[in-house]
Design a protein around this ligand. Structure first.
Ligand SMILES: Nc1nc2c(ncn2[C@@H]2O[C@H](COP(=O)(O)OP(=O)(O)OP(=O)(O)O)[C@@H](O)[C@H]2O)c(=O)[nH]1
Length: 310
């Protein structure tokens, strides 16, 4: 059976106006030839004032270039292009003030129009508001890479960056150092003052380490009372000075949690990347060995392994 439903022009117009997401007809030079649908002000601003204008008239140069590039790519490939981008009402000149206040994340689905429009090649650009799912995605990414207790990077993030640093070291021999440390006698804090006090001690320690480290250092809590710093481009002297600050700062911030002797302090192990390292495992092993040495020699000290300038 063939469906021979026909719509009148005004019915087509009503259908287009009711499209849930704003649908832009954009020419190759970036002219807004038409905007259909997207009337729900909870999700979108009314873009009808843009019709007849050019992207370059209403967007900043960097965004204009990006939009025009997507249009050109779609026309060149003749395939649907799916892109994600963020725009706020402030980014687009001349939009009405009613509509979403915060920046909106859009998923753009762009297809080539098979007929010229205003004498130019053109695309159909459907812009869907994906802010809610984007925020959730960012939140999940944040949770996956961060330590909930201290807010530092977690072991997963540390391993990821360590692998990247190792790859960079292999390409360019960029000097990179790994400082790993844990608290001596941490268990006594939990046992004597309770687990919440132990948690607070770990948070205080994290704050101290962040203050001591440079902006380019990656500061992580690996788990329990174990932390690590990845320090790019440092000399042994600089790394030793940093470790010294950690030793001193560690003893200071943990001092209020001391309930007797021995007091909580830090044991530190330092390793640097070597040309003969076959994987990140080798670097981690050296840092562990150095930390173990500090621990077995009584704690509250630093040790280094495999450092050329030792
Ligand atoms: N409060 C708190 N305690 C934790 C957390 N994670 C691990 N721990 C405790 O941290 C302790 C770590 O064990 P160890 O490193 O062997 O304890 P330690 O007394 O520091 O031992 P040494 O390093 O040999 O001096 C254990 O008692 C864990 O239960 C946490 O998130 N919060």
């Amino acid at each position: 059976m063939t469906d021979t439903t026909f719509f009148t022009a005004s019915q087509y117009e009503a259908i287009c106006a009711s499209l849930p997401d704003p649908t832009f007809i954009l020419t190759e030079t970036g002219r807004y030839a038409a905007i259909l649908g997207g009337k729900d002000k909870r999700y979108y601003h009314d873009g009808s004032s843009l019709v007849g204008k050019y992207i370059a008239d209403v967007l900043v140069a960097s965004k204009t270039d990006w939009f025009l590039q997507q249009i050109r790519d779609t026309l060149a490939r003749q395939q649907m292009l799916v892109v994600e981008y963020e725009l706020s009402a402030h980014d687009v000149l001349g939009l009405p003030t009613d509509g979403p206040v915060d920046a909106i994340w859009f998923e753009g689905r762009i297809t080539a129009l098979d007929q010229p429009c205003c004498g130019e090649r053109a695309v159909v650009w459907v812009a869907s508001n994906i802010t809610a799912s984007k925020r959730l995605q960012q939140q999940l990414q944040q949770q996956a890479m961060n330590d909930e207790l201290t807010g530092l990077h977690n072991r997963r993030r540390f391993m990821q960056v360590l692998e990247e640093a190792y790859a960079a070291f292999q390409r360019q021999a960029t000097p990179t150092w790994l400082i790993s440390f844990d608290v001596d006698h941490f268990k006594a804090i939990n046992d004597d003052l309770g687990h919440p006090a132990g948690d607070q001690a770990l948070r205080d320690l994290a704050g101290m380490v962040q203050q001591a480290a440079a902006a380019e250092d990656l500061v992580c809590r690996l788990g329990g009372d174990e932390f690590a710093l990845l320090c790019p481009v440092r000399s042994l002297a600089e790394v030793t000075a940093l470790a010294q600050r950690l030793l001193h700062g560690g003893r200071q911030v943990l001092q209020p949690y001391a309930t007797g002797e021995p007091a909580p302090t830090l044991s530190i192990g330092i390793a640097h990347f070597l040309a003969q390292d076959r994987s990140t495992e080798d670097i981690l092993r050296r840092a562990d060995q150095a930390l173990y040495l500090s621990k077995t020699q009584g704690g509250h000290q630093m040790s280094t392994t495999g450092c050329a300038q030792e």
